[in-house]
Write a protein that binds this ligand. Structure first.
Ligand SMILES: *Cc1c(COP(=O)(O)O)cnc(C)c1O
Length: 430
């Protein structure tokens, strides 16, 4: 690990040729050539531990060899890779496997809608369908929520930088305070209930209430079980669809396959993407309760829906990790270990540092953006990829692969601890 970060000469090619919009190549200035599990290799021979996991798209690690075997075999057999949304054995097998291993095991019943490959497209589909079902326009979304970069999804996202970047007036969403947005003494669900039941609140009745159970981009803000249950009940009582965006914290991230299982919710629509394919291949879908499947054939379409290669890796991931409780229990245990380690680091320093999260989605709130920034920068110099989140990017975000071994995890946590110490020692640096 480690060694000073040198700006490879080729990064200058990026500067010359790639749009200004590039972002992660700025935060992590190296050329990454190979990766396996939780380690990425740079072209100049550094080994870097990955605590970001492709923003949660690599829950089973980079180039997971067991999953890779399934897609290698599929490619070698000349089976159909691209078939629009035609029927293929790969699609049938995925739906049957997901249905029996994930849904039926949890007493859930849904239809599958494969959307375009991005999470944002799946969000668009969920919002369109909710509007179509209810004949209403408004969407209730929450402060500091994040749902993607297309206009409908940005309209439901809180971040001002992204909203401004859209260049048009965004409409169709009303923001309500997320759980504990006003501190733990205020139940913000009460405010939402009142606003929706009051005929003169000025808030239009919604087609949907769109929520993340853990706001990952928003700073690893965790909603409580009762709050989520209240939000679901409010949706039901006003005739709105209850939509859970499980794009980043689904697929095992919080310790169970769906992030809402702990609260025993029954969303009308569940949105999945990021780690759904299990291999970092683009795949997004909606799970829709049958009574809300109001689409006319082809009404939401797209060229790359349910790419077969991604469906094959998704099926493999489910078969490998979700047929027993072992994996899930391991994620919960590892998450608790991580949390204890991070809490110990936080209490060593005071400074108002706080640790939040569920399962293996954890945030270390540095309170001050510059501390988080300098710490992440130092961590990368020492060989750790650590992303930041929250309204001011003041939270260090911990999303290691769920399959990470304890030695690599410990090494990564140590690097974080050391980087924070060094940052705090040199106040001038932040
Ligand atoms: C990443 C993300 C999205 C958007 O997915 P893209 O594939 O980037 O379009 C939406 N919601 C949440 C919670 C996300 O984390």
């Amino acid at each position: 690990m480690g060694g000073a970060v040198r700006e490879p000469r080729q990064l200058r090619v990026l500067e010359a040729l790639e749009s200004n919009v590039r972002s992660y190549s700025r935060s992590f200035p190296a050329i990454f050539s190979r990766a396996r599990g939780s380690i990425m290799l740079t072209e100049d021979g550094r080994k870097v531990i990955d605590f970001f996991s492709g923003a949660g798209a690599l829950n089973y690690g980079h180039n997971n060899h067991e999953i890779k075997a399934a897609i290698t075999e599929y490619l070698a057999s000349d089976a159909v890779v691209h078939g629009l949304d035609m029927a293929t054995p790969a699609k049938l097998e995925f739906m049957e496997t997901f249905n029996s291993v994930i849904l039926r095991e949890r007493g859930l019943q849904y239809r599958f809608q494969f959307t375009g490959p991005t999470g944002a497209n799946a969000i668009e589909a969920a919002l369109k369908l909710s509007r179509k079902v209810t004949g209403r326009q408004n969407i209730i979304s929450f402060t500091q929520g994040y749902h993607g970069m297309s206009l409908g999804a940005i309209a439901a996202s809180g971040n001002r930088f992204y909203r401004t970047g859209s260049g048009v007036s965004l409409s169709g969403a009303t923001f309500m305070p997320y759980d504990r947005y006003l501190g733990s003494a205020v139940d913000t669900a009460d405010y939402l209930r009142k606003a929706l039941l009051d005929e003169s609140s000025g808030i239009d009745l919604p087609a949907a209430i769109l929520v993340e159970t853990v706001q990952a981009e928003g700073g690893i803000n965790v909603a409580g079980r009762e709050w989520l249950q209240s939000i679901q009940a409010i949706a039901r009582s006003v005739g709105a669809l209850f939509v859970v965006d499980d794009i980043q914290v689904g697929c095992g991230r919080t310790g169970e396959f769906f992030s809402f299982e702990f609260a025993e919710l029954s969303p009308d629509i569940v949105v999945l993407s990021k780690s759904l394919s299990g291999y970092g291949l683009p795949l997004s879908m909606l799970l829709i309760k049958e009574q809300f499947d109001a689409w006319r054939p082809g009404e939401h379409t797209g060229t790359f829906r349910g790419n077969n290669l991604a469906l094959v890796s998704a099926t493999a991931a489910i078969n490998i990790y979700w047929r027993s409780r072992t994996f899930s229990q391991g994620v919960q245990r590892t998450g608790e270990d991580m949390r204890r380690r991070l809490e110990a680091i936080a209490s060593e320093h005071g400074n108002g540092f706080a640790v939040r999260g569920r399962g293996m989605a954890l945030g270390f709130d540095c309170q001050v953006a510059e501390i988080a920034e300098a710490t992440a920068l130092k961590a990368f110099e020492k060989g750790l990829i650590l992303e930041r989140c929250g309204p001011d990017d003041q939270v260090a975000k911990f999303l290691p692969a769920l399959t990470i071994d304890s030695e690599t995890l410990n090494q990564g946590l140590e690097i974080f601890g050391e980087s924070l110490v060094e940052t705090l020692k040199r106040p001038g640096s932040w």
